[in-house]
Write a protein that binds this ligand. Structure first.
Ligand code: HEC
Length: 150
């Protein structure tokens, strides 16, 4: 009996520790902090809405963390996605350089490329965010936007 109590206490302690690690992680801490939001970018509204709905969680500082992002080991996987996603493409950096207000040529080309191939948003994200799936028309909207800036 005593053994069982010890066991359940250690499980509870592990859960609390995992939660603390998830909440204290630096990725999570870097919320907006004054960086430009997607809403404030000078880009067409239709494009903005798509980026907000389907890309923002991993490619900006405006991540919405779902409840399950506090539970290990899912927390680690999600934080990895967000930090790597931001390294590859970060909409929060787009408004920062007055000389180059929007993305680089390369970024734009890649954005059209990945949505056309269907590799973004990633399948694992669509499992929990089915509304982030892009229609053919939305893929075209993204590519037309990328073309218009070249
Ligand atoms: C679940 C998080 C997540 C979402 C949502 C997401 N991405 Fe990504 N994205 C990543 C990660 C992680 C990478 C790094 C490369 C990889 O893992 O494939 C990446 C890489 C990229 C790259 C760089 C590709 C390369 O080959 O370097 C582009 C461009 C991109 N994403 C665009 C988008 C666009 C546009 C959307 C919305 C339609 C989107 N992503 C949605 C996580 C995400």
């Amino acid at each position: 009996m005593k053994k069982q109590i010890y066991l359940s206490m250690s499980v509870a302690a592990l859960v609390v520790a995992a939660e603390a690690i998830a909440v204290l992680s630096p990725v999570r801490a870097s919320q907006s902090g004054g960086a430009p939001t997607i809403a404030s970018l000078a880009i067409p509204e239709r494009t903005k809405a798509i980026l907000q709905r389907s890309c923002r969680d991993c490619h900006s500082n405006e991540t919405t963390w779902p409840w399950y992002s506090r539970i290990q080991p899912i927390a680690m996987l999600i934080q990895h996605d967000v930090s790597i996603g931001r390294q590859h493409l970060d909409f929060s950096s787009w408004g920062r350089h007055p000389a180059r207000p929007i993305a680089s040529h390369n970024e734009l080309e890649e954005i059209c490329d990945v949505v056309s191939k269907g590799s973004m948003p990633p399948g694992r994200y669509l499992l929990m965010h089915s509304s982030a799936r892009l229609t053919t028309e939305e893929v075209k909207t993204i590519c037309d936007f990328a073309d218009s800036l070249r």
